[in-house]
Design a protein around this ligand. Sequence first.
Ligand code: ATP
Ligand code: MG
Length: 264
Amino acid sequence: MSAVIEVANISKSFGPKVVLKNVNFQVEQGESLVVMGGSGTGKTVLLRIIMGLLEPDGGHVSVDGKIIQQLSIPELFEVRKQIGMCFQMAALFDSMSVAENVGFALKRHTKMSPKEIQIRVDECLAMVGLKGSDNLRPSELSGGMKRRVGFARAIALKPKILLFDEPTTGLDPVMTDVIGRIILDLKHELGVTSITITHDLKSAFAIADRVALIFRGECIAIEKPDAFKVNPHPVVQQFLRGDADGPFLQDPPPPKRNRQEANV
Ligand SMILES: Nc1ncnc2c1ncn2[C@@H]1O[C@H](COP(=O)(O)OP(=O)(O)OP(=O)(O)O)[C@@H](O)[C@H]1O
Ligand SMILES: [Mg+2]
């Protein structure tokens, strides 16, 4: 297997705030990598660097053997056509209908006829359980529906690579499972290579070939789910337990109070 995405020694700071410190990993062809980490640890920043939307201070990213940071703007656009990005906030075009949002890249980057575009849009909307909502506007959608439209838009061009920034946040458990299954289907049917950021452990373990954990700007673990679950690192174990006590939080939580104290 060969690496489709290589993240090599990526560092990024904003002013004095160090966000990423020498992050290294590779994602193989057809692999599904799930990246987890606390809020504000630089997960979205990492995806933006991979997409070439943000410049790292050090290191580079290569996608399909092309170093993103060395590409001209037209070359970067070519590479981006192979990447479906599902942003954390669905980032839909408010002035466009659902169908226009999902079909946007098809209209822009392909020679598909309006009829062909409509068929592909319908296919994508059906995949995310939104069949028939073509004519709705983003303002008429719930938060979860917006996320699913963003997801349909990300897969419209049948990309080789999918980057998902918390694709299931705000969705109910059933729809979370649906999205997880779509990611798995895309992987199995089309060999899609993906990086998914999620806080949802259940869906992480369902879709991941490997799981990574970012802590204080560093990738402290990257391994198969079974190995990750028994990784003795105290931060990994605290993350898995979802416990406030431990090294995970920058600021320690207030001490636990017993019930008697709490009633005073
Ligand atoms: N353009 C920017 N300018 C300045 N600071 C930024 C910028 N983008 C991100 N940051 C900072 O970088 C840090 C990491 O942000 P990022 O959005 O990557 O976190 P995250 O891990 O995705 O968190 P969450 O789980 O809450 O989405 C935060 O402290 C954020 O304020
Ligand atoms: Mg984020």
